[in-house]
Design a protein. Sequence first.
Length: 213
Amino acid sequence: MDKAFEVRPDGTRCIKNQSWLPLFGNLKDLVMHESYKLKYSIHLGSDKMYQDLKKLYWWPNMKAIIAEYVGKCLTCFRVKAECQKPSGLLIQPEIPTWKWERIMMDFVIKLPRTSNRHDTIWVIVDRLTKSAHFIPTREIDSMETLTRLYIKEIVSRHRVPISIISDHDSHFTSRFWQSMQSALGTRLDMSTTYHPETDGKSERTIQTLKDML
């Protein structure tokens, strides 16, 4: 195995441009911890984390060790989430019977600004099929501007939905938005931070996009 190693000028050992990390000590644990905190690794599992890390590092039994580490962290995360839930019964949303009659929406903000000055993506998910529209917007866009986009991209293509699940973003709690939805006959349901399982699959669509950006 030693023949496969190369020694860099700084004294570190590498294999095919991957830094070699010894099994003893806590160096590999530190690398996994820092990588796991990154937004693009935290929800995509051990395979994604392994693919990211193997570009830079190598240690014996690397893939299995990463899988074990991520499994332990996910267990801790679930226990912590259970402890943070408020008391009371979880209200499940109604099950859609037709596509685009019940939708869910959220904003992915603080993105690098494009040439068109877009820095936000408005994610709107059909709760039945899990298909989604990803609408580029600006964080400073007014509710009137967003409403025009909503009519153009959603209502004109899929008709007026029966209900919308969203968080308590100021856009969704504005009087303009609520009055318009009331006039259209759409019910607004506010999700709760403590109950992400309110509509798990739709929220995972939104969360996956956030993790990838």
